[in-house]
Ligand binder design. Sequence first.
Ligand SMILES: [Mg+2]
Length: 399
Amino acid sequence: MKITAITPYLMQAGAPGETAWSAAGMSSAGSRHWCFVKVETDTGVHGIGEGSGWPKVVATAIADLATLLIGQDARDIDRLWHRMFVAQMGHGRTGVVGAGAIGAIDMALWDLNAKALGVPLHRLLGGRFRDRVRAYVHASSVETARDAVAQGFTAVKAGNPRDAQAKVAALRTALGPGIDIAVDLHGPPWLTAPDAIRLARALEPHDLLFLEEPVAPEDLDGLRRVRAATGLPLAAGERLSLLWGFRTLIGEGLVDIVQPDTGRVGGLTQLRKIAALAEAHFIQVAPHSGTLGPVAEFAAIHFLASIPNALIHERFLTDWPGRQAILTHSLETVDGHMLVPDRPGLGTDLLLDEIARHPPGTNIAADSAKHRGSYEAGTADEGLYTQPRRARAAFFTPE
Ligand SMILES: [Mg+2]
């Protein structure tokens, strides 16, 4: 089964209805892009994948990587993965962008191999632990959280460290102990380890499902300090790529939950290995989906169905209607769970004419006044990673 063509499809997507951080003005609406790929073979079977990371750059990388794979046997998934990985060494470490490009093609290879065998993707991944995957949704307000619970969801996630204490207290009061609440601090560059510890301890009485990215992803020493200072379950990893990117988090037990991004971690080939490494350390897996388009979400559901240590799936309660329009089939949600598709491969395909109706634009979050509003005045102009410009007492005790 030889590969005959690999083609990226880049599009601009509309913004989701509400995210955990949208109330803080941090949504990147207007710059949200999805990059899909189609891998074709001489047998007529094709597969599709998705690469996030920086979709516009990923699309270019996919076109380069394609030259390495034309004529190769599409059944040798892991070998082709390494062929693409080694080829990127000349560019230095390419992070989530390189991993997003490899991962998109890798995802398509898994899809087409499952389709060639006439089985759903999770069968190739080892079979199912479950036929539906529990999901949580973003809720930046009590009203949204109540909507989610009314629709059957049993877990929500809030964001924004500025008002996390008040927000979580309101959510817990409104929802009661039967609903899980997670908090995403988004690895805020200006939240230092002492402040993250202060917040974590304040949130402990609310028994969070997890506290996500309490410090910046580069601040491993800060994460070690947070880990030692709080009993809250910690989650991280959405900005990391490849198996090796997770070695320290998992090996040192710095988190209870790893959150590889299905579209930019390096594909299903890497996700399976990360999940196995996590399993050895009694760590659970809850993939990051904040940037994901619908194809990577299909991959996430097959992946979560097939691993023992799947915790939960992340999604938005409402999203741009185009999410459904560009695919032949969409995922189904029932009682707060995602149904695991049973059709061959991923269980969906691209509608290329629909994708073409949304040409790409600028694919980076604009430095808008709205975006700046989530930081202290001036921080966007001066070393955002090192300048905590706020008044500390007022941050923890808003007037
Ligand atoms: Mg996050």
